[in-house]
Design a protein around this ligand. Structure first.
Ligand SMILES: NC(=O)c1ccc[n+]([C@@H]2O[C@H](COP(=O)([O-])OP(=O)(O)OC[C@H]3O[C@@H](n4cnc5c(N)ncnc54)[C@H](OP(=O)(O)O)[C@@H]3O)[C@@H](O)[C@H]2O)c1
Length: 570
C-alpha cells in the first residue's frame, strides 16, 4: 500500500488527475463568478458607435452586443476580409442592418486621417468611440510606415491622433463617451518620456508600455475635456483567450495553451467595455480605470499628471497635429503643466526659475494650492511646519521670485485663496512657535490650517502696501465652504459624521468664482489689500490687520524662506 493509502499506482494517478481537474474546475468557476457582467438591457437606438479592431476578439463581441442594442455600429478594421465576415455574421444574428465596416490601419497616420475624414463626411453624430484595437509582438522589432515603433504606433499614437480628429464630432453629439481598452499589464512597465519612439526596445515590453500610455492618455484627456460632457474612461478587460496572443513564439505556445484555458472568453472580455459604453451608472464619470464593470485603483506611478501632460505634448508632435487640430480639443493651445511642490523651497525656486526664463510677463498669479493636515502635522526638509510651508511660506517665496514679470504686466494681479477660518486663529510673530509651529499640538486638528490662513491675510495686506506705486495689486479671498479634497484628512471618527455634511457644501465651480472675479474683473483693477467673499469686499477682524505684526511676520518670513539680497525684493 502507498503512503497515501492507494492499493495500486494506477488508482493513485487517476485520483491525482481527478483531484487536479476538480481544483482547476473550481478555479475556473471562481473566475467565472468573479467576472463582471453587464446585465443592463439598455438600448442604444439612435446612437452611433465606432469600435476599432472590431473584426475579432473583444472588439467583435462589443460590436455584436451594441448592434443587438440597436446602435449604428462602425467597425474600424485593417483587415477588410475578416471584417466583412464579422459584419455579415453580426447583421445576420442581430437583424441590425446599420452595421458598417470602414478601413482603418491605426499604425499608419495617413490611414487614421483618411478614416476620420470619411467618418466626418458621412456621420452626423458620434456617441461612443471605443479604442479597442491592439497589437502585441514578442521579439520582432518593426517600424510603422511613419517610422514609429510599431506597437506604440498602433496602440497609442494611432488612437491619440484619431481622438483629436473626431473630438469635434463627439462634442457636437454630447453627452458622448470615449472608452479605451488598456490592460492591467501596465503595472510591469513605465513610459520613458525621454524615448517616445523606442525602436530598439523589446516589443513584448512595449506592449505593456503602450498600455501605460493608454491610461496616461485617458487621464490627461479627461482633464482636458472637463466641462464638455464628453467623458473618457479606460479599462482592463481581464485576461482573454483572443488573437492578441497570436505572436507568442514556439515553444512558449505550449504552456500558453494551458494558461489560456483559464482566461475569460471574448464575450466576458467585452463586458467592461460595454458597461462603459452604455451604462447609466457611469454617465458623467471621467478619467477612471475600470475592471469587471467596477472602478479599480491605479498605481501611484501612473497617476502623475505632469508626466501625462508631457506624454500628451510629445505625442502631439509625433503625430504632427496641426495648430487647428490642437485648438479643436480645448479651444486653447496655451495650457501648460509645470511641476511645483509648493511646500519645498528648492522646488519653488526651480519652478520660478523656469517660469522667469520662459514667461517675460505674468498678468495673474493665483495662490490657490493648500493643505489641511488633521493631526498628522509634519516638518518639511526645510525645517518648516508642513501646513504653514504649503499654505503660506511657499507662496511667500514664490511671490518674491515672480515679482519682476508681474511688474512688467500692464495690470498685474496677485490673488491669494485664504479662508474665513482665519478668524479662529491668531499669530504672534514674536513667538517662534507661532510663525513656525513645529512643536504645536492642539486638540483641534484644523488649527494649523486656520493659522496659515491668518498668515496669508497678513501677508496680502503687507504685500499690497509694499506694491503701492506699482501696477500690481494683491487681494485675498474666502471661496466659500466647498466640497473638495481639502477635507481628505479629517480624522476618524469625525470623518464619518463629516461625509454627509460635506455633501451640502458648494461645488468647486462655485468655489472658483471669487478667484476668477479677482483675476479678471475690471471692477477690481484699482483695489488692493482687500479680503473678498462672494465677489465683494468683506470686513476683516482687527487682530489680522495689525500693521506692526504684519511687518514683523514679513521680516521673519524672509529669514525662514532664506531670501537673499540677490533675490528680487518687494
Ligand atoms: N486578450 C487579453 O487578454 C487582453 C488583456 C488586456 C487587454 N487587452 C486588450 O484588448 C484589446 C482587444 O484585443 P483582443 O484581446 O480582442 O485581441 P485580438 O482578437 O487580437 O483583437 C485585436 C484587434 O485589434 C486589431 N488591430 C491590430 N492592429 C491594428 C491596426 N494597426 N489597425 C487597426 N486594427 C488593428 C486587430 O485586427 P487584425 O485582426 O487585423 O489583426 C484585431 O481586430 C486590445 O487593445 C488588447 O490590448 C487584451
Amino acid at each position: 500500500m502507498s503512503p497515501f493509502g492507494f492499493n495500486d499506482p494506477l488508482t493513485a494517478i487517476a485520483s491525482v488527475v481527478t483531484g487536479v481537474a476538480i481544483v482547476l474546475s473550481l478555479i475556473k468557476y471562481y473566475l467565472y463568478l468573479t467576472c463582471g457582467h453587464f446585465t443592463s438591457s439598455r438600448k442604444m437606438e439612435g446612437k452611433t458607435v465606432i469600435i476599432t479592431g472590431a473584426n475579432s476578439g473583444i472588439g467583435k463581441e462589443t460590436a455584436r452586443d451594441l448592434a443587438r442594442r440597436g446602435a449604428r455600429v462602425i467597425m474600424a478594421c485593417r483587415n477588410m476580409e475578416t471584417a466583412k465576415q464579422a459584419q455579415d455574421e453580426i447583421v445576420k444574428e442581430t437583424g441590425n442592418q446599420n452595421v458598417l465596416v470602414l478601413k482603418l490601419d491605426l499604425s499608419s497616420q495617413a490611414s487614421v486621417r483618411e478614416f476620420a475624414a470619411e467618418v466626418l463626411r458621412t456621420e452626423r453624430r458620434l456617441d461612443v468611440l471605443v479604442h479597442n484595437a491592439g497589437f502585441a509582438e514578442t521579439f520582432r522589432k518593426t517600424r510603422s510606415v511613419d517610422g514609429i515603433e510599431f506597437t506604440m504606433a498602433t496602440n497609442h499614437y494611432g488612437p491619440f491622433l484619431l481622438t483629436h480628429l473626431l473630438i469635434e464630432l463627439l462634442k457636437r453629439s454630447a453627452p458622448a463617451r470615449i472608452v479605451v481598452v488598456a490592460s492591467e499589464l501596465y503595472r510591469f512597465a513605465s513610459v520613458n518620456l525621454d524615448n517616445l519612439n523606442p525602436v530598439g526596445s523589446l516589443p513584448a515590453y512595449l506592449y505593456y508600455v503602450s498600455k501605460c500610455a493608454n491610461i496616461m492618455f485617458t487621464r490627461e484627456l479627461a482633464r482636458r475635456l472637463e466641462g464638455t460632457s464628453v467623458t473618457v474612461n479606460c479599462l482592463h478587460p481581464g485576461m482573454i483567450d483572443s488573437g492578441i496572443w497570436r505572436n507568442v513564439p514556439f515553444p512558449l505556445t505550449l504552456p500558453m495553451r494551458v494558461i489560456k484555458s483559464f482566461f475569460k472568453t471574448t464575450v466576458e472580455g467585452a463586458q467592461t467595455t460595454l458597461y462603459l459604453a452604455c451604462s447609466e451608472e457611469v454617465q458623467g464619470v471621467s478619467g477612471k480605470y475600470f475592471m469587471d464593470c467596477k472602478e479599480a485603483s491605479l498605481s501611484a506611478s501612473i497617476s502623475d499628471m505632469a508626466r501625462a501632460a508631457k506624454l500628451w505634448d510629445e505625442s502631439a508632435k509625433m503625430v504632427k497635429l496641426t495648430e487647428k487640430e490642437i485648438m479643436a480639443e480645448t479651444g486653447n493651445t496655451k495650457l501648460l503643466i509645470k511641476h511645483v511642490d509648493i511646500s519645498s523651497l528648492p522646488s519653488v525656486r526651480a519652478f520660478a526659475k523656469e517660469i522667469v526664463a520662459t514667461e517675460p510677463v505674468i498678468d495673474v498669479l493665483i495662490h490657490n494650492a493648500g493643505v489641511a493636515q488633521g493631526f498628522n502635522n509634519k516638518v518639511t526638509p526645510d525645517g518648516l511646519e508642513f501646513t504653514m510651508a504649503t499654505n503660506y511660506y511657499g507662496p511667500f517665496l514664490l511671490t518674491h521670485l515672480l515679482i519682476d514679470p508681474l511688474k512688467k504686466s500692464d495690470q498685474g494681479r496677485i490673488v491669494i485663496v485664504s479662508s474665513k477660518l482665519y478668524q479662529f486663529a491668531s499669530l504672534n510673530p514674536a513667538n517662534p512657535n507661532s510663525i513656525n509651529p513645529v512643536n504645536y499640538f492642539s486638540l483641534f486638528p484644523i488649527h494649523l490650517y486656520n493659522l496659515s490662513k491668518f498668515a496669508e491675510i497678513m501677508f496680502t495686506q503687507e504685500l499690497a502696501r509694499r506694491l503701492q506705486g506699482t501696477r500690481v495689486t494683491a487681494n485675498c479671498l474666502h471661496p466659500g465652504v466647498i466640497d473638495t479634497g481639502i477635507w481628505r484628512n479629517v480624522p476618524f471618527p469625525l470623518s464619518v459624521l463629516f461625509k454627509p455634511i460635506q455633501m451640502c457644501f458648494r461645488t468647486p465651480e462655485e468655489g472658483a468664482r471669487t478667484s476668477i472675479y479677482l483675476a479678471v474683473s475690471p471692477d477690481v483693477e484699482q483695489i488692493s489689500g482687500q479680503y473678498f467673499r462672494g465677489c465683494r469686499v468683506h470686513q476683516l477682524n482687527q487682530r489680522v490687520q495689525h500693521v506692526a505684526k504684519q511687518r514683523a511676520l514679513w521680516e521673519a518670513s524672509r529669514k525662514l524662506v532664506k531670501l537673499t539680497d540677490e533675490d528680487p525684493q518687494i
